[in-house]
Design a protein around this ligand. Sequence first.
Ligand code: KG4
Ligand code: ZN
Length: 348
Amino acid sequence: MFVLGIETSCDDTGIAIYQTKRGLLSHALYSQTKMHSEYGGVVPELASRDHIRRVLPLVKQTLAAAKLDLKDLNAIAYTQGPGLAGSLLVGSSFAVALSFALKIPALGVHHLEGHLLSPLLSATAPAFPFVALLVSGGHTQLLKVNGVGQYKLLGETVDDAVGEAFDKTAKLLGLGYPGGPALSKLADEFSKSGKASHFKLPRPMLHSGDFNFSFSGLKTAVLSLSNKHEITRQTQAEIAFAFQEAVVDILTKKSLAALIQTGFTQLVVAGGVSANRQLRESLSQCAKKMGATVFYPNLEFCMDNGAMIALAGAMRLQKSISRNQPLVNNFTVRPRWDMETQETPPNK
Ligand code: KG4
Ligand code: ZN
């Protein structure tokens, strides 16, 4: 079965083709980062218009790379939510229209489920069950994962998502947009110097006794540090290091606690922040000490991409087929969507 994956939830147009027998055949990505950086953040209206421009050429490119024709496709998986309504509408209307024309099913995939399953695209993939740490620009969650569609939320952030905290802190330090990777690079450079940072930041909710997180206070702590000290390249690097150290410490300790509580021995880390080198090093080292293994997506699949949506769609499709469940092509987007209950919360 050939599944076309379409991701347009935010500012990346990601397209991929996944074959259930052979795995990922081809994928392409267009990032709008440069366009939005001028405004210091994603402009939703510009994002959706740009998806319209990119989606068809990228589908053609992906089909050509896989040496396939449209009529070879067996299903289309698209991100149905959560995300920006206008951006989601581009991918979903394209996917549903194409599925009607080709008379094949279109499956709406949960964006976080895509991230969650993305390490299964790697050569060394985890097997169910596992604990998942989802760390992206919009979400920070710890989940107990028993199988496809069997997700139990253990805890999540009560305020900022960890990627959002990286980006806001980077902005405070004058590192531009999106600042997460830049902040992390600066922190890594400082760490290599072997010097100790003059700054130490708090670890909010580290001892809360649950699996929830809070990151907005860290950003405020950085703000008060940057108001007190002259921001030179040196202080910038030291604060970046202290911030990353605090975040990594919290994420590591809570993830290990989740492994202990569930009794699972596999941890999956996914979402944009799973590209963070320091986080990977800390989690892998600490998990090894307790006999657990950590799995990550390949670096190219940490951020939003079409491959994870094609994979999640293919896995959902196989599950429905094995259970004789009918596939319905419904045309809706869900800007807000709970993965565990599959419910759409009412708009606030
Ligand atoms: O998963 P993703 O592409 O988008 C969402 O679904 O939100 O994640 C993007 C987030 C951004 O906040 C970005 O700054 C962060 O991931 N990010 C990083 C790194 N690379 C990307 N944060 C810390 N260290 C990195 N190396
Ligand atoms: Zn994402």
